[in-house]
Write a protein that binds this ligand. Sequence first.
Ligand code: IFM
Length: 450
Amino acid sequence: MPAMKTFPGNFLWGAATSAYQVEGSPIADGAGPSIWHRLAHTPGLIASGDTGDVACDHYRRWESDVELMKTLGLNAYRFSIAWGRVLPEGRGRVNEAGLDFYRRLVDRLLARGITPNVTLYHWDMPVALDELGGWLNPDVAQWFADYAGVMFETLGDRVPMWATLNEPWVIVDGGYLFGVHAPGHASLREAPVATHHLLLAHAAAVQRYRAGGWPHQIGIVVNLEPKDPASDSPADLAATRCSHTYFNEQYCDPLLKGRYPDGMREIYGDAWREWPAADLARISQPIDFLGINNYTRSLTAHDPVRPPVFERRVIPEGATKMINGWEVYPPGLERTLLWVKERYGDVPLYVTENGGPFADPEPVNGRVEDPLRVAVYRANLRGCRDAIAKGVDLRGYFAWSLMDNLEWNAGFSQRFGLHHVDFATQVRTLKDSGAFYREVIRTGGAALGD
Ligand code: IFM
């Protein structure tokens, strides 16, 4: 008999945000500035001069935002801690007012039956640490573990799911290789060092969690996507292979196999270092789950002017595009989940981000029609259900995002939310995609149809 296609009863139905993208008030109540606060206040680096100074004002509207979650029927919420809110200099002095914000949020979530899923680092390194070298300083693993320790002491008894890092690939590719993200470095030599230090920091935080005997789960969140060649030409095939190594295997292999993938030296040349075996042993210590962020796939062509991977994303004829240029590719999430199972075995998985940015209309009579996003959620949630039926140990799904927010360099121009946010008034309006997701949750997945 074929396996029943359904979601387990204890499946987590969530939505996600991150601190700098939604909180606002980034330096209120004694918080120290982050590298994204600094970047946003450097003219010309974020579209339209947008900043996270107010963002969704979630720092002050968190109580009503928890009620939005409740109305959606969520039983889980993924958010991140702003490191500088709790340690203004990144280490040393603790800011109790910052801790209080997260204490209150976690307590309210629990009181409303919503499982908190906390990410320790979603790109907002305290400026004070960046001035000491940030992810390039070998001491960063210790700084991160100490910060993680403060958070475990504060919330470790109550938070059942911790993720160390969000998307280390993006942190390095955007922040250290191409320089478009904070801290804005463009250096072939720095990128692999930042990568290794991020992985060591992850390991140090996991060790700290285990040493404290905390009773719940700790893992990490990576972004993954299928890579397909744009043609059968040897150049496109080679670019696709490199792109897959660089994007999908570079972080997962050390974490789950204890070695960097073959091909890193081909990509980085002399800038690649061989790292000590002891580091890799620490990096690959067991985690309780892997969080996967997926939005699209990449149809990949060779591009001679884009070192070090020499790749370019191609959109196939007739495909629908999201407004940031990503292809709408319905099989993408299921293929990603199946690839992880095939390569790494039965790691417990969560989809920690999924969704897409579209040109949403303004609310009319309290309604926002976003049929393209509804179609994305329908396809991807069916993909999750089908992956579970094929034996993938998928335990939860977090839509990105609970509400429209600051999309990094694109500012407020790219909307990913289940709720529309009017950034002038801070009014939130449920979109059709939010109503669809609510129905999927209410019916335990039955609303997805076949
Ligand atoms: O908004 C981001 C998020 O911060 C990290 N993952 C991808 C999202 C959409 O680009």
